[in-house]
Design a protein around this ligand. Structure first.
Ligand code: FAD
Length: 406
């Protein structure tokens, strides 16, 4: 099979536009097909764009607008429900020029990447929901819900945790794993929180997990993870009104110290409540001409703070593999070999933290005793450095193993 010249990208979230820009840089023409008719959804509120994600964006000259839309986050202060400080969870050290991990609204990151892709002449078609795809010896045909079709040498599924492309590649693959947590959040104005501008706090509440960041303009961005053991049926959480959620939050945070209730009261509307799913292990990421990357292949829990950054890393590694290795199947195999160990290690570590988000009284006691020591030990640990200091060099041949910055 020859080197691909054209690619259909399914999904215009984070991996989609990043991959389109990386492929363009590698000399492959890419078009992005996004199901949403317009704009980014409000899910997720904010995320950490970690230094490894910023480094990967730099490999495709796309870091500037994303960084400009967020603010630096040197670390995340963890507290108990009584307000006791447990320590600081690292967000990695600084890049060589002093750039730190950044907190950014999820929608702003989507927009920053989308706008850059469009500015580079990449065709982004919205309202295009992929329903099926067929591979043949001369390429891939994608069929969309609106009846239109597209054809290219390869197809890359960047369509998130509930991926259609994944189902097409591996119909028997397990469904995404439900973490037992629901999440929502919002933006509160006019509340004075006990934190400095740019700081990020997370609270192990007695019954739910609460996080907030104070943006430089004084607005407070917050999210909540609420335990909910039974996986909600599709559409079920959407039937619960904002007023009902307010009542539920009033109960859940009643015994916690901290600004949760005040912030919730000062927020006119919440992001849609979403069950959190992960893809811990997918046995097959690709066929000869079709591959899944980003959350579609390996969704970590949001606790990792790495989902977006890993998706951007994927984009760069896939593009350099296709640039250097000729045939798509060879490039896809190399990509999977390089990426799988890294992403699955990060996913496993995040799953362990999720279990700490709403333990019983005994679990809380052990966690609160152990966590300060664990935080001190992990801040400089090799495993943490490997996550945040992962460096991608555009000019390095794809067959060379990736390194940690020294
Ligand atoms: C609540 C929450 C908090 C998070 N916090 C963090 C964090 O702090 N740090 C971090 O790094 N990550 C975080 N993440 C994870 C991060 O958002 C994801 O890892 C990241 O968005 C994955 O990027 P992606 O492009 O693979 O998928 P997505 O961003 O989900 O994009 C997938 C896109 O595909 C589109 N699509 C789906 N199906 C189709 C179809 N059939 N046809 C066409 N288009 C389709 C969707 O509309 C969507 O735009 C969080 C996620 C959530 C939900």
């Amino acid at each position: 099979m020859r080197t691909p010249r054209t690619a259909i990208i399914i999904g215009g979230g984070i991996a989609g536009p990043a991959t389109a820009m990386a492929l363009t840089k590698a000399g492959i023409t890419a078009t992005v097909h996004e199901a949403r008719p317009e704009g980014a959804d409000g899910n997720g509120i904010m995320l950490t764009l970690a230094t490894n994600g910023i480094d990967a964006l730099r490999a495709i000259d796309a870091d500037g607008p994303a960084i400009a839309a967020g603010f630096p986050t040197p670390g995340i202060t963890l507290r108990t429900h009584t307000g006791k400080r447990l320590g600081v969870s690292t967000t990695g050290g600084a890049l060589a020029d002093g750039t730190l991990s950044h907190t950014i609204r999820r929608a702003d990151l989507y927009e920053a990447l989308h706008n850059q892709a469009v500015a580079r002449g990449i065709d982004v078609a919205r309202g295009k929901r992929l329903v099926s795809a067929q591979e043949s010896t001369d390429g891939v045909r994608a069929v969309f819900q609106d009846g239109t079709e597209a054809h290219a040498d390869i197809l890359i599924g960047c369509d998130g945790v509930h991926s259609t492309v994944r189902r097409l590649i591996a119909p028997a693959a397990p469904v995404p794993s439900y973490t037992g947590l629901l999440t929502t959040g919002g933006y509160a104005t006019g509340v004075k929180v006990p934190a400095a501008p740019g700081s990020y706090e997370m609270i192990f509440g007695k019954r739910a997990f609460f996080g907030y960041a104070l943006a430089p303009d004084g607005q407070v961005w917050w999210f909540v993870n609420i335990p909910h053991s039974r996986e909600p049926a599709q559409g079920e959480v959407e039937t619960i009104s904002t007023a009902q959620w307010r009542e539920r939050f009033a109960e859940v945070f009643a015994e916690d110290t901290g600004p949760a209730l005040e912030l919730i009261a000062a927020t006119p509307d919440f992001a849609p409540m979403t069950p959190i799913h992960t893809i811990p292990h997918l046995s097959r990421w690709h066929t000869d001409r079709v591959i899944v990357i980003g959350d579609a292949a390996h969704a970590p829990s949001p606790t990792s703070g790495q989902g977006a950054s890993l998706s951007i890393e994927d984009a760069v590694v896939l593009a350099t593999s296709l640039r250097d290795l000729g045939s798509p199947d060879q490039a896809f195999t190399q990509f999977e070999m390089v990426r799988r160990p890294r992403v699955e290690k990060i996913i496993k570590a995040a799953a362990r933290i999720n279990n700490n988000k709403a333990p019983g009284a005994a679990g809380r006691l052990i966690r609160d005793l152990m966590l300060p020591t664990i935080l001190k030990l992990t801040a400089t640990a090799k495993g943490v450095r490997e996550v945040y200091e992962h460096h991608l060099d555009w000019s390095t041949p794809a067959s060379t193993t990736r390194t940690v910055r020294s």
